[in-house]
Design a protein around this ligand. Structure first.
Ligand code: AMP
Ligand code: TRP
Length: 338
């Protein structure tokens, strides 16, 4: 039997090339070697303020993005987290062994609560701004996603490493307390685990508005890349090279490298004697060319939403079977089954 791989993306809108290069592209490479389960994690997406009216549209868009990027639904299972209630059930169980202090120290939690910073004094209406329980519990839900399917590998970007360490820890704690049941999931990072945004500073992300979407038009891509921040060329520098001191340019070169399949030496050789202008012009054209087939597939899928919902329905049915089995074992171990 093949080992299981599990991963997920939040349905927060159109995906960007950071999601693609950091995660989804690597999922494609696992399709033949693992039994793959890819989730659209809507319960995670509601831990921050969101628009209920556009949620179903975003779920559909995320499913379309998976398939357009090469996640062939005939070779894996794609489903929506909230269609499989066992995710929240296992979350509750794991809550009983998850250390609160550890959750409070999670980097993403700390970043998110400082964005919605509560005032230093507490008035009842300030509850509105206070950190919510779901946000704190986010990594436990993520652990439940993975353990429910006894997944052994989890392909993600670098920002998920800390969350996955918690999932490993919770698997270990459960196994120690109630007897071995869960494999410790291994984090699988790809070759570009952290793509920076076009500001050259922060991680590329929807919320920072520093991204290229998978569906950006050629003109938008050209404009965005032209405006991308570059580092000042240091004195005596060889120009366009990968360098720890030039993170913004290194990031552009990394995106070029990922999309062309060249290695670092080949990329540096290619840009030898050239300047940032040439780098940007060529990079924009490479991105446009590589996104073209994804965008074409996207458009054809978009015109058949019923087929996509059908894929998600079948996926949920399959996952409920596996999840139900795991929950029986979990409850049995914990003395909750008669
Ligand atoms: P999210 O959009 O936060 O649900 O992320 C979905 C997947 O994309 C996760 O595996 C992330 O680690 C990955 N990811 C998100 N942003 C980036 C980025 N800028 N660089 C690399 N991977 C990323
Ligand atoms: N937290 C992940 C992110 O934002 C998404 C996610 C939820 C996930 N559950 C998961 C990723 C389980 C891997 C495995 O990127």
């Amino acid at each position: 039997m093949k080992k299981k791989a599990f991963s997920g993306v939040q349905p927060t809108g159109l995906l960007h090339i950071g999601n693609y290069l950091g995660a989804i592209r690597n999922w494609v490479g696992l399709l033949n070697r693992y039994e793959c389960i890819f989730c659209i994690v809507d319960y995670h997406a509601i831990t921050v303020p969101y628009d209920p009216l556009s949620m179903q549209e975003k779920i559909l868009q995320t499913a379309i993005a998976y398939i357009a990027c090469g996640i062939n639904p005939d070779k894996c299972t794609i489903f929506v987290q909230s269609h499989v209630p066992e995710h929240t059930e296992l979350t509750w169980i794991l809550n009983t062994i998850a250390p609160v202090g550890r959750l409070q120290r999670m980097t993403q939690y700390k970043e998110k609560i400082t964005k919605a910073a509560p005032l230093p004094f507490s008035l009842p209406q300030e509850d509105e701004k206070a950190a919510k329980m779901g946000l704190l519990d986010y990594p436990v839900l993520q652990a439940a996603d993975i353990l429910l399917y006894k997944a052994e590998v989890v392909p993600v970007g670098e920002d998920q490493v800390q969350h996955l360490e918690l999932a490993q820890d919770l698997a270990r704690r459960f196994n120690n307390e109630f007897g071995p049941l869960f494999p410790e999931p291994r984090t699988l990072l790809g070759s570009a685990p952290k793509i920076l945004g076009l500001d050259g500073k922060k991680k590329m992300s929807k919320s920072m508005n520093n991204y290229i979407s998978l569906m950006d038009s050629p003109d938008t891509i050209r404009k965005k890349i032209r405006k991308a921040v570059t580092d000042p060329i240091p004195l005596f520098s060889k120009g366009v090279v990968f360098s720890e001191q030039q993170l913004a340019v290194t990031n552009l070169l990394t995106i070029y490298l990922c999309f062309t399949g060249k290695n670092k030496e080949e990329v540096e050789e290619h840009f030898q004697g050239k300047g940032y202008r040439e780098l940007k012009d060529e990079l924009a054209e490479v991105i446009i060319e590589k996104l073209k087939p994804i965008q074409e597939k996207w458009r054809s899928l978009e015109s058949q939403p019923d087929d996509i919902w059908e894929v998600l329905k079948k996926g949920a049915e399959k996952c409920r079977k596996i999840a139900g089995e795991t929950m029986k074992e979990v409850k049995d171990r914990m003395g909750l089954l008669r």
